[in-house]
Ligand binder design. Structure first.
Ligand code: GUN
Length: 334
Protein backbone atom coordinates (compact mmCIF):
# COMPACT_ATOMS: atom_id res chain seq x y z
CA UNK A 1 0.00 0.00 0.00
CA UNK A 2 1.34 3.40 -0.81
CA UNK A 3 0.65 6.51 1.23
CA UNK A 4 -2.72 7.61 -0.10
CA UNK A 5 -4.04 4.03 -0.14
CA UNK A 6 -2.87 3.65 3.44
CA UNK A 7 -4.53 6.88 4.47
CA UNK A 8 -7.81 5.89 2.87
CA UNK A 9 -7.65 2.42 4.40
CA UNK A 10 -7.12 4.01 7.78
CA UNK A 11 -10.16 6.19 7.38
CA UNK A 12 -12.37 3.34 6.12
CA UNK A 13 -11.06 0.76 8.55
CA UNK A 14 -8.81 1.92 11.37
CA UNK A 15 -7.94 -1.71 12.16
CA UNK A 16 -6.10 -1.92 8.86
CA UNK A 17 -3.44 0.46 10.14
CA UNK A 18 -0.27 -1.08 11.48
CA UNK A 19 -1.07 -1.57 15.18
CA UNK A 20 2.40 -2.75 16.17
CA UNK A 21 3.68 0.78 16.51
CA UNK A 22 1.67 1.57 19.64
CA UNK A 23 3.68 4.51 20.80
CA UNK A 24 2.05 7.78 21.88
CA UNK A 25 2.80 9.44 18.57
CA UNK A 26 0.58 7.09 16.55
CA UNK A 27 -1.94 9.76 15.64
CA UNK A 28 0.92 11.94 14.56
CA UNK A 29 2.18 9.07 12.41
CA UNK A 30 -1.21 8.79 10.72
CA UNK A 31 -1.16 12.50 10.07
CA UNK A 32 2.30 12.35 8.58
CA UNK A 33 1.49 9.46 6.25
CA UNK A 34 -1.57 11.33 4.90
CA UNK A 35 -0.30 12.46 1.58
CA UNK A 36 -1.61 15.38 -0.38
CA UNK A 37 -2.48 14.89 -4.02
CA UNK A 38 -0.08 16.21 -6.62
CA UNK A 39 -1.37 19.50 -8.00
CA UNK A 40 -1.83 19.58 -11.75
CA UNK A 41 -0.56 23.06 -12.55
CA UNK A 42 -2.82 24.40 -15.29
CA UNK A 43 -0.92 27.67 -15.59
CA UNK A 44 2.38 25.90 -16.24
CA UNK A 45 0.87 23.47 -18.76
CA UNK A 46 -0.91 26.33 -20.53
CA UNK A 47 2.37 28.26 -20.72
CA UNK A 48 4.11 25.24 -22.22
CA UNK A 49 1.40 24.74 -24.88
CA UNK A 50 1.23 28.46 -25.67
CA UNK A 51 4.98 28.45 -26.35
CA UNK A 52 4.40 25.60 -28.82
CA UNK A 53 1.49 27.45 -30.45
CA UNK A 54 3.60 30.62 -30.74
CA UNK A 55 6.18 28.70 -32.77
CA UNK A 56 3.49 27.16 -34.98
CA UNK A 57 1.86 30.57 -35.53
CA UNK A 58 5.24 32.04 -36.52
CA UNK A 59 5.74 29.18 -39.01
CA UNK A 60 2.25 29.78 -40.41
CA UNK A 61 2.96 33.50 -40.83
CA UNK A 62 6.28 32.70 -42.56
CA UNK A 63 4.59 30.31 -44.96
CA UNK A 64 1.48 32.33 -45.79
CA UNK A 65 2.36 35.92 -44.96
CA UNK A 66 -0.96 35.97 -43.10
CA UNK A 67 -1.77 36.19 -39.39
CA UNK A 68 -4.53 34.04 -37.91
CA UNK A 69 -7.43 36.23 -36.77
CA UNK A 70 -9.91 35.52 -33.98
CA UNK A 71 -13.10 37.58 -33.74
CA UNK A 72 -14.92 37.58 -30.40
CA UNK A 73 -18.49 38.83 -30.12
CA UNK A 74 -19.41 40.14 -26.68
CA UNK A 75 -23.05 41.09 -26.15
CA UNK A 76 -23.92 43.03 -22.99
CA UNK A 77 -21.92 43.80 -19.85
CA UNK A 78 -21.67 40.50 -17.95
CA UNK A 79 -18.59 41.09 -15.74
CA UNK A 80 -17.32 37.49 -15.93
CA UNK A 81 -17.60 37.51 -19.73
CA UNK A 82 -15.65 40.79 -19.88
CA UNK A 83 -12.83 39.14 -17.92
CA UNK A 84 -12.86 36.01 -20.10
CA UNK A 85 -12.76 38.03 -23.31
CA UNK A 86 -9.92 40.20 -22.01
CA UNK A 87 -7.95 37.06 -21.09
CA UNK A 88 -8.51 35.69 -24.57
CA UNK A 89 -7.30 38.92 -26.17
CA UNK A 90 -4.12 38.89 -24.06
CA UNK A 91 -3.46 35.24 -24.85
CA UNK A 92 -3.87 35.89 -28.58
CA UNK A 93 -1.32 38.67 -28.38
CA UNK A 94 1.17 36.42 -26.56
CA UNK A 95 1.20 33.85 -29.39
CA UNK A 96 0.97 36.22 -32.37
CA UNK A 97 -2.73 35.77 -33.20
CA UNK A 98 -4.65 38.90 -34.09
CA UNK A 99 -7.83 39.40 -32.09
CA UNK A 100 -10.87 41.50 -32.78
CA UNK A 101 -13.47 42.35 -30.17
CA UNK A 102 -16.97 43.10 -31.41
CA UNK A 103 -18.90 44.64 -28.53
CA UNK A 104 -22.66 44.80 -28.81
CA UNK A 105 -25.09 46.47 -26.42
CA UNK A 106 -27.12 44.45 -23.92
CA UNK A 107 -30.33 45.34 -25.74
CA UNK A 108 -29.16 43.79 -29.04
CA UNK A 109 -31.78 41.57 -30.66
CA UNK A 110 -31.28 38.08 -32.08
CA UNK A 111 -31.41 39.69 -35.52
CA UNK A 112 -28.62 42.15 -34.60
CA UNK A 113 -26.34 39.37 -33.38
CA UNK A 114 -27.14 37.19 -36.39
CA UNK A 115 -26.18 40.06 -38.69
CA UNK A 116 -22.86 40.40 -36.88
CA UNK A 117 -22.17 36.68 -37.20
CA UNK A 118 -23.03 36.68 -40.90
CA UNK A 119 -20.68 39.62 -41.51
CA UNK A 120 -17.85 37.75 -39.74
CA UNK A 121 -18.67 34.55 -41.64
CA UNK A 122 -18.20 36.34 -44.93
CA UNK A 123 -15.18 38.38 -43.89
CA UNK A 124 -12.16 36.57 -45.41
CA UNK A 125 -9.84 38.21 -42.87
CA UNK A 126 -11.53 36.42 -39.97
CA UNK A 127 -10.50 32.79 -39.32
CA UNK A 128 -12.19 32.09 -36.01
CA UNK A 129 -15.47 33.33 -34.53
CA UNK A 130 -16.32 33.10 -30.86
CA UNK A 131 -19.66 34.28 -29.52
CA UNK A 132 -19.12 34.73 -25.80
CA UNK A 133 -21.75 32.96 -23.70
CA UNK A 134 -24.03 33.55 -21.95
CA UNK A 135 -25.94 35.80 -24.34
CA UNK A 136 -28.63 38.08 -22.88
CA UNK A 137 -31.83 36.07 -22.29
CA UNK A 138 -33.69 37.86 -25.12
CA UNK A 139 -31.18 36.61 -27.70
CA UNK A 140 -31.79 33.14 -29.15
CA UNK A 141 -28.48 31.45 -28.32
CA UNK A 142 -29.14 28.35 -30.40
CA UNK A 143 -29.99 30.35 -33.54
CA UNK A 144 -26.85 32.46 -33.13
CA UNK A 145 -24.48 29.52 -32.53
CA UNK A 146 -25.99 27.60 -35.44
CA UNK A 147 -25.32 30.61 -37.70
CA UNK A 148 -21.55 30.51 -37.18
CA UNK A 149 -19.78 29.06 -40.23
CA UNK A 150 -18.62 25.60 -39.03
CA UNK A 151 -15.20 26.23 -40.63
CA UNK A 152 -14.74 29.26 -38.36
CA UNK A 153 -16.38 27.67 -35.30
CA UNK A 154 -13.39 27.66 -32.92
CA UNK A 155 -15.67 26.77 -29.98
CA UNK A 156 -16.79 23.60 -31.83
CA UNK A 157 -20.39 24.28 -30.80
CA UNK A 158 -21.94 24.01 -34.29
CA UNK A 159 -23.98 20.82 -34.91
CA UNK A 160 -21.67 19.93 -37.83
CA UNK A 161 -18.63 20.01 -35.56
CA UNK A 162 -20.44 18.21 -32.72
CA UNK A 163 -21.44 15.53 -35.24
CA UNK A 164 -17.87 15.15 -36.49
CA UNK A 165 -16.65 14.76 -32.89
CA UNK A 166 -19.27 12.12 -32.16
CA UNK A 167 -18.13 10.18 -35.22
CA UNK A 168 -14.51 10.34 -34.09
CA UNK A 169 -13.30 12.60 -36.92
CA UNK A 170 -13.22 16.07 -35.32
CA UNK A 171 -12.24 19.21 -37.22
CA UNK A 172 -12.04 21.30 -34.05
CA UNK A 173 -12.25 20.10 -30.46
CA UNK A 174 -14.19 22.07 -27.84
CA UNK A 175 -11.72 24.10 -25.80
CA UNK A 176 -12.35 22.95 -22.23
CA UNK A 177 -12.57 19.19 -22.93
CA UNK A 178 -9.54 19.45 -25.21
CA UNK A 179 -7.66 21.31 -22.49
CA UNK A 180 -8.51 18.56 -20.01
CA UNK A 181 -7.17 15.84 -22.32
CA UNK A 182 -3.97 17.87 -22.73
CA UNK A 183 -3.66 18.26 -18.95
CA UNK A 184 -4.07 14.55 -18.38
CA UNK A 185 -1.60 13.72 -21.16
CA UNK A 186 1.04 16.14 -19.94
CA UNK A 187 0.62 14.90 -16.37
CA UNK A 188 1.25 11.31 -17.43
CA UNK A 189 -2.34 10.15 -16.96
CA UNK A 190 -3.68 7.77 -19.61
CA UNK A 191 -7.39 7.18 -20.10
CA UNK A 192 -7.43 3.91 -22.03
CA UNK A 193 -9.33 1.23 -20.16
CA UNK A 194 -9.98 3.58 -17.25
CA UNK A 195 -13.32 4.32 -15.68
CA UNK A 196 -14.14 7.99 -16.00
CA UNK A 197 -16.98 9.79 -14.27
CA UNK A 198 -18.02 13.08 -15.85
CA UNK A 199 -20.37 15.07 -13.62
CA UNK A 200 -22.44 17.57 -15.60
CA UNK A 201 -23.99 17.22 -19.06
CA UNK A 202 -23.54 20.67 -20.56
CA UNK A 203 -23.04 21.08 -24.31
CA UNK A 204 -19.82 23.01 -23.59
CA UNK A 205 -18.06 20.53 -21.30
CA UNK A 206 -19.82 17.39 -20.02
CA UNK A 207 -21.30 15.95 -23.20
CA UNK A 208 -18.31 16.54 -25.51
CA UNK A 209 -15.91 15.40 -22.77
CA UNK A 210 -17.72 12.09 -22.40
CA UNK A 211 -17.89 11.66 -26.16
CA UNK A 212 -14.19 12.38 -26.69
CA UNK A 213 -12.91 10.04 -23.99
CA UNK A 214 -15.11 7.19 -25.18
CA UNK A 215 -13.67 7.32 -28.74
CA UNK A 216 -11.24 4.67 -29.95
CA UNK A 217 -8.56 7.20 -30.72
CA UNK A 218 -7.57 10.85 -30.57
CA UNK A 219 -4.81 13.09 -31.91
CA UNK A 220 -2.66 12.26 -28.86
CA UNK A 221 -3.03 8.54 -29.48
CA UNK A 222 -5.31 5.76 -28.31
CA UNK A 223 -3.89 5.95 -24.77
CA UNK A 224 -5.78 9.23 -24.39
CA UNK A 225 -9.11 7.74 -25.47
CA UNK A 226 -10.80 4.35 -24.92
CA UNK A 227 -12.22 5.19 -21.51
CA UNK A 228 -15.38 3.69 -20.04
CA UNK A 229 -17.31 6.85 -19.34
CA UNK A 230 -20.28 7.43 -17.06
CA UNK A 231 -21.98 10.77 -17.60
CA UNK A 232 -23.67 11.80 -14.36
CA UNK A 233 -26.01 14.74 -13.85
CA UNK A 234 -28.52 16.29 -11.46
CA UNK A 235 -30.95 13.35 -11.79
CA UNK A 236 -28.37 10.56 -11.47
CA UNK A 237 -29.20 8.10 -8.71
CA UNK A 238 -26.28 6.79 -6.69
CA UNK A 239 -23.93 9.44 -8.03
CA UNK A 240 -21.49 9.13 -5.11
CA UNK A 241 -21.26 5.38 -5.60
CA UNK A 242 -20.59 5.73 -9.34
CA UNK A 243 -18.08 8.53 -8.87
CA UNK A 244 -16.15 6.69 -6.16
CA UNK A 245 -15.71 3.68 -8.45
CA UNK A 246 -13.94 5.74 -11.13
CA UNK A 247 -10.24 6.27 -11.79
CA UNK A 248 -10.74 9.75 -13.21
CA UNK A 249 -13.39 12.19 -12.01
CA UNK A 250 -14.23 15.29 -14.02
CA UNK A 251 -16.52 17.71 -12.20
CA UNK A 252 -18.38 20.19 -14.40
CA UNK A 253 -21.69 20.68 -12.64
CA UNK A 254 -21.37 24.32 -11.56
CA UNK A 255 -22.07 23.74 -7.86
CA UNK A 256 -19.50 24.91 -5.31
CA UNK A 257 -17.79 22.07 -3.42
CA UNK A 258 -20.27 19.52 -4.81
CA UNK A 259 -17.69 16.71 -4.93
CA UNK A 260 -16.73 15.54 -1.45
CA UNK A 261 -13.95 13.18 -0.40
CA UNK A 262 -16.39 10.26 -0.16
CA UNK A 263 -17.14 10.55 -3.89
CA UNK A 264 -13.50 9.99 -4.81
CA UNK A 265 -11.78 6.65 -5.26
CA UNK A 266 -8.44 6.61 -3.41
CA UNK A 267 -5.75 7.52 -5.88
CA UNK A 268 -8.16 8.85 -8.49
CA UNK A 269 -7.30 11.82 -10.68
CA UNK A 270 -9.67 14.72 -10.07
CA UNK A 271 -10.29 17.46 -12.64
CA UNK A 272 -12.30 20.43 -11.41
CA UNK A 273 -13.95 22.47 -14.17
CA UNK A 274 -16.11 24.57 -11.83
CA UNK A 275 -15.61 28.29 -11.40
CA UNK A 276 -18.16 29.39 -8.80
CA UNK A 277 -18.19 32.88 -7.34
CA UNK A 278 -19.03 32.62 -3.64
CA UNK A 279 -18.61 34.80 -0.55
CA UNK A 280 -15.31 32.97 -0.03
CA UNK A 281 -14.10 33.92 -3.51
CA UNK A 282 -13.67 31.61 -6.51
CA UNK A 283 -14.49 28.01 -5.65
CA UNK A 284 -14.48 24.90 -7.80
CA UNK A 285 -17.01 22.05 -7.96
CA UNK A 286 -14.71 19.96 -5.76
CA UNK A 287 -14.02 20.33 -2.04
CA UNK A 288 -10.33 20.82 -2.75
CA UNK A 289 -8.89 20.36 0.75
CA UNK A 290 -10.73 17.12 1.47
CA UNK A 291 -10.31 15.77 -2.05
CA UNK A 292 -6.55 16.38 -1.94
CA UNK A 293 -6.24 13.81 0.81
CA UNK A 294 -7.84 11.07 -1.28
CA UNK A 295 -6.89 11.83 -4.89
CA UNK A 296 -3.47 11.16 -6.41
CA UNK A 297 -3.64 14.24 -8.67
CA UNK A 298 -5.98 17.21 -8.63
CA UNK A 299 -6.50 20.50 -10.43
CA UNK A 300 -6.83 23.70 -8.37
CA UNK A 301 -9.34 26.52 -8.88
CA UNK A 302 -8.21 28.98 -10.07
CA UNK A 303 -5.09 27.97 -11.99
CA UNK A 304 -6.32 24.57 -13.16
CA UNK A 305 -8.56 24.00 -16.17
CA UNK A 306 -9.24 27.72 -16.87
CA UNK A 307 -5.89 28.58 -18.49
CA UNK A 308 -6.17 25.50 -20.71
CA UNK A 309 -9.56 26.56 -22.11
CA UNK A 310 -8.09 29.83 -23.37
CA UNK A 311 -5.02 28.02 -24.71
CA UNK A 312 -7.01 25.51 -26.75
CA UNK A 313 -8.95 28.40 -28.27
CA UNK A 314 -5.64 29.68 -29.63
CA UNK A 315 -4.90 26.23 -30.98
CA UNK A 316 -8.28 26.09 -32.73
CA UNK A 317 -7.80 29.56 -34.22
CA UNK A 318 -4.50 28.48 -35.74
CA UNK A 319 -6.13 25.25 -36.97
CA UNK A 320 -8.93 27.31 -38.54
CA UNK A 321 -6.43 29.57 -40.31
CA UNK A 322 -4.55 26.52 -41.61
CA UNK A 323 -7.76 24.83 -42.75
CA UNK A 324 -9.01 27.94 -44.51
CA UNK A 325 -5.67 28.55 -46.21
CA UNK A 326 -5.66 24.98 -47.52
CA UNK A 327 -9.20 25.54 -48.79
CA UNK A 328 -8.16 28.97 -50.11
CA UNK A 329 -10.20 31.36 -48.05
CA UNK A 330 -9.53 33.40 -44.91
CA UNK A 331 -6.32 34.49 -43.10
CA UNK A 332 -5.35 38.14 -43.21
CA UNK A 333 -2.17 39.54 -44.79
CA UNK A 334 0.47 40.57 -42.27
N1 GUN B 1 -18.67 31.03 -21.79
C1 GUN B 1 -18.14 30.17 -20.88
N2 GUN B 1 -17.34 29.27 -21.46
C2 GUN B 1 -17.35 29.54 -22.78
C3 GUN B 1 -16.71 28.96 -23.90
O1 GUN B 1 -15.97 27.97 -23.81
N3 GUN B 1 -16.99 29.54 -25.10
C4 GUN B 1 -17.82 30.61 -25.23
N4 GUN B 1 -18.03 31.09 -26.45
N5 GUN B 1 -18.43 31.18 -24.20
C5 GUN B 1 -18.19 30.65 -22.99
Amino acid sequence: MDCWQQTHAARENPASVDQTSSYPGKLLLLKETRMSAEIIDGKAIAKEIQAEIKTLVANFVDETNCKPVLAAVLVGDDPASQVYVRNKERACKRVGIESQLHRMSADSTTEDVLQKVVSLNTNPEVNGILVQLPLPPEVDEQLVLDAVNPDKDVDAFHPTNVGLISQGRPRYLPCTPHGIVQMLFRSGVQTTGKRVCVIGRSDIVGKPMAMMLAQKNCALGSAMANATVTLCHSRTQGLAEIASSCDILIAAIGKPNFVTAEMIKPGAVVIDVGINRTEDGLVGDVDFEAASEVASKITPVPGGVGPLTVTMLLSNTLAAAQYQTEHSFGASAV
